[in-house]
Design a protein around this ligand. Structure first.
Ligand SMILES: Nc1ncnc2c1ncn2[C@@H]1O[C@H](COP(=O)(O)OP(=O)(O)O)[C@@H](O)[C@H]1O
Ligand SMILES: [Mg+2]
Length: 506
């Protein structure tokens, strides 16, 4: 490296970078290049590997194999702190600040020693320096002494940005940050990126917003299913071209349902009526779900689909509108009312929300059915045993015993336990948020079979997913969300293609 004139500006490079999570190949031998004096855009469908490649560069996780070079040196940071010390700063897709401490403490986390000796921090000095860090990015909205928790999502993001920029990185990664920001917040981020480019530093910018990518980036790299598909120059950055490179995920195997043309039942079982969620992500949103329907819900990461799942289950505060169960006509206002009307919900984050990892398989499976198993408050051992064994057997959960703690099961088997918990309850309407995330093909196929059997039994399934092939393969009807609003509706058909859907999604 370095001896090639054209590559003088090369600052970061991956060679054959590969990352697997169990059966999932998140990155497949990727050669990715980032140059000084340029804003390098990164685009690709959900799950194409954008966050994975940049987080490996920043030191948040190690690769499975392959090499990285930063400023001509082999690069293998063991933590985000080490990555930052080497000169790579990353603004992450999720919340990047820590609750329970002040704005200034967040900015100088782990570096408090700068402001005092022997653990005595000069708070006034630290706050003054924090103010400078905030002003440096053109943000004056937060008091450095305020608790971070008093700030909203956007302001917390801006504090995180100030922190990353304060460390003067030579390469800055901005991972899908702008979609969550208002115009003024976006302007701040655009200005930082442009300033860094003008200072001959490097920027990697991940976004789904074609307009802003085309406007801001010097080159645009497209990832698809963990493979680097192409890198486009400015003159090649045309929306249709970009979309064409993004689509084309392989529809591997034939494990989806293969029936077409079934009529959609006319009875509605659940509807959202002009719902505006507390976070403002969904605005005046209305939709209906029919009996026996598999309703797919898709879109890009921040389109509001995950929030919609929680709204339908009564797990989000609503500013306006309501969610109504039919034919009872009753409003779903909490998970309790949802469950009493036969709703079940499997969250995307199954480890955090759907399972108690330190409890046994048995206790997890019965946890949604206490009212049914013990109507008078007393649970019969034999009834519990039959109940649990029925679920474990019909789902073929691979375990030594139902007394085993859930935490030691594989991802696929954990997911089966979550399914068992709700199927055992005999739900009429099951909301599944990314049900096949991180499970292998075999478990996926079993889930699709189960979902289909539930439909055949007259149950209603709402399947939220980031994977278009399974949405196309399984849904009777498919709703695509964009920026918290309905962008398109598709009815099951063998002709339905990813291209049509991407067209309204991006
Ligand atoms: N910690 C993890 N455990 C299991 N699978 C993961 C993990 N992180 C990412 N993945 C999977 O790796 C793939 C790439 O994910 P990611 O890099 O987050 O995609 P993107 O940022 O492009 O949406 C996806 O299939 C995702 O489900
Ligand atoms: Mg991502």
């Amino acid at each position: 490296m370095g001896d090639n004139k054209a590559d003088d500006a090369l600052i970061f490079e991956t060679r054959g970078l590969t990352k697997t999570f169990g059966p999932t190949v998140a990155l497949n031998s990727v050669d990715f290049k980032v140059y000084r004096g340029k804003i390098t855009g990164l685009i690709g469908e959900n799950g194409s590997g954008k966050s994975t490649i940049t987080s490996i560069a920043a030191g948040m996780q190690p690769p499975t194999s392959g090499e990285m070079y930063f400023k001509g040196q082999p690069h293998r940071p063991s933590s985000m702190i080490e990555g930052a010390k080497l000169g790579i700063g990353m603004i992450v897709q999720e919340q990047g600040t820590i609750s329970g401490i002040t704005v200034a403490q967040n900015i100088f986390l782990g570096e408090e020693d700068k402001f005092g000796k022997l653990g005595l921090v000069n708070k006034a000095r630290m706050n003054a320096e924090a103010r400078k860090a905030l002003e440096n990015i053109g943000y004056t909205g937060a008091d450095p002494a305020a608790m971070i928790d008093s700030l909203n999502f956007q302001d917390r993001k801006l504090v995180e940005i100030a922190k990353v920029v304060y460390n003067a990185p030579e390469m800055l990664v901005v991972d899908e940050t702008t979609t969550a920001l208002s115009q003024s917040g976006r302007e701040i981020v655009y200005n930082i990126m442009k300033k860094m480019r003008d200072e001959n530093k490097a920027v990697v910018f991940i976004s789904h917003d074609l307009e802003e990518l085309i406007e801001i980036c010097d080159t645009l790299t497209v990832l698809r299913d963990g493979v680097l598909v192409t890198t486009l120059d400015r003159e090649e950055m045309v929306p249709d071209t970009i979309k064409r490179f993004m689509v084309g995920r392989e529809m591997k195997g034939h494990y989806y349902r293969n029936d077409y043309g079934a009529a959609i039942h006319k009875d509605i079982v659940l509807e959202a009526q002009q719902v505006t969620s507390g976070t403002g992500m969904l605005m005046n949103f209305s939709m209906q779900v029919h009996k026996g329907e598999i309703l797919g819900i898709g879109g890009l990461s921040h389109c509001g689909m995950h929030e919609l799942g929680r709204v339908l289950f009564g797990d989000e505060k609503l500013l306006t509108g309501r969610v109504v169960h039919q034919p009872s006509g009753e409003a779903i206002t909490s998970p309790q009312t949802a469950m009493s009307h036969g709703l079940g919900y499997v969250s995307k984050d199954r480890d955090r929300e759907s399972l108690v990892l330190t409890a046994t398989i048995r206790d997890n499976i019965i946890s949604a059915s206490y009212d049914k198993l013990a109507p008078k408050g007393i649970m019969k051992k034999s009834a519990v045993k039959t109940f649990v064994n029925t679920q474990v057997d019909s789902l073929s959960v691979k375990c030594a015993s139902v007394d085993q703690d859930v935490q030691y099961l594989s991802g696929g088997n954990k997911q089966k336990v979550v399914f068992g918990k709700w199927i055992g309850r005999n739900c009429d309407i099951l909301i599944l948020d990314c049900p096949t995330r991180g499970v292998d093909i075999g478990v996926k196929a079993a889930m699709y079979q189960l979902i289909y059997e539930m439909k055949q039994a007259g149950k209603t399934i709402i399947m939220i997913s980031e994977e278009l092939p399974e949405l196309i393969g399984m849904s009777d009807r498919l709703l695509i969300l964009k920026n918290g609003a309905l962008a398109g509706e598709f009815v099951r058909s063998p002709q339905l293609s990813e291209n049509e859907i991407i067209e309204v999604m991006v």
